[in-house]
Design a protein around this ligand. Structure first.
Ligand code: ADP
Ligand code: TRP
Length: 346
């Protein structure tokens, strides 16, 4: 069964389709990352009808994160998080971007097929430019060309492995469209059908609120890191924003950010029961927080132990990631060879 899963072939000699996702190591993984991106992509990895590629986008991180030790540390944290929650490196290809240098050659080739105007329209670049204009700076003040070229590197990540499906949150949707545009531009220019056009797979749409009730995000400093000690986790959950209603007041669960956190971990029955108890009145927020803590703490017990073991043993993580790159590179090299032939540099 395993051999078949790895060979990339299905029963009738058909190529398996490719599912690919990447995470930028720019911060300690938090509950928002877990529920929005990590949990669903690990679930997807169970489908052995597909070949799966999971990578740590370290070269994406460096256009915004300039501290070498932080980059190193976050790469380990992202890898350990995936592994702790059960991503199986024997069933998927798990690697670091830096270990597949073919990506950077493909990036240049694709850059030459990318209309500059396309990059001008990228949301991430436009947001920075608009901020500059608001502050009466030059429009490109402090913007590095890495931010500008980011969508091309992301296209290379996707197109090198001929991914069919890429899970994306709302903010990444445009990048996927750009990868399709760039692939199409290459195919048309060289009269080939080398590049597969990737399809987006919408994420669940679940947006986890953070401690202050806004979307949990490292930019808002309102996150709960996944692998804090139980004691710290309890303290953070207790800090979660709630309204000033008294315990006896009936409460509308849907309007309380903490309820949405609870629901993300609870069964439907547990969720319905909490909603009902809040509505009846007599349940204070402190009690809700205590229940949320028990639920989350229990769900995390095993992954927390696995994470601790891995993070103390970076050599083990290195070895897993290196093996992943060894699986990925022959495919990358073979495909890049075809690309070079198409453009005449071979
Ligand atoms: P951050 O907002 O902390 O900088 P990123 O932008 O690096 O996080 O997000 C990485 C992944 O985690 C993305 O797929 C994103 O959709 C998901 N994600 C981040 N925050 C949340 C959240 N609060 N709820 C759901 N998904 C989230
Ligand atoms: N840009 C993605 C993010 O910010 C990370 C990423 C880089 C990615 N390359 C990718 C995601 C390729 C999917 C496919 O979250």
């Amino acid at each position: 069964m395993r051999t078949q899963a790895r060979s990339g072939q299905m029963g009738h000699g058909m190529q398996k389709k490719i599912y690919l996702t990447g995470i930028k190591p720019t911060g300690t993984p938090h509950f928002g990352n877990y529920l929005g991106a990590i949990r669903p992509t690990i679930q997807a990895s169970q489908n052995l009808q597909w070949d799966h590629y999971y990578f740590i986008a370290d070269y994406h991180a460096i256009n915004a994160l300039y501290n070498a030790n932080s980059v190193r540390q976050y790469v380990y944290e992202v890898a350990a998080t995936w592994l702790a929650f059960g991503l199986n490196p024997d069933q998927v290809t798990l690697y670091r971007q830096r270990d597949v240098p073919e990506l950077f050659e493909l990036q240049w080739i694709l850059t030459c097929c990318t209309a500059k105007g396309l990059l001008n329209r990228a949301h991430a670049y436009k947001a920075q430019r608009d901020l500059n204009l608001e502050k009466h700076h030059d429009s490109d003040h402090g913007i590095n060309a890495g931010l500008y070229a980011y969508p091309v590197l992301m296209a290379a990540d996707i197109l090198l492995f001929q991914a069919h499906k890429v899970p994306v949150g709302k903010d990444q949707f445009q990048h996927l469209e750009m990868a399709r545009d760039i692939a199409q531009a290459f195919n048309t220019r060289y009269g080939v059908s080398l590049f597969t056009l990737p399809e987006p797979e919408a994420e669940s749409g679940l947006v986890l609120p953070g401690l202050d009730g806004r979307k949990m995000s490292k930019s808002y400093q309102n996150t709960i890191p996944l692998f804090e000690s139980p004691k710290k986790l309890r303290t953070l959950i207790n800090r979660f924003v709630t309204d000033s209603s008294r315990p006896e007041d009936p409460k509308d669960a849907e309007t309380a950010p903490i309820f949405h956190f609870y629901r993300a971990f609870a069964t439907e029955t547990q969720t319905a029961s909490l909603r009902e108890r809040l509505l009846q009145g007599g349940m204070g927020w402190g009690e809700v927080k205590a229940e949320l803590f028990s639920l989350v703490d229990a769900a995390l017990a095993e992954p927390r132990a696995r994470y601790a073991e891995l993070i103390e043993n970076p050599a083990k993580i290195d070895s897993i990631l290196t093996q992943g790159a060894e699986k990925a590179r022959p495919k990358a090299q073979a495909f890049l060879h075809e690309v070079r032939q198409a453009i005449g540099v071979i």
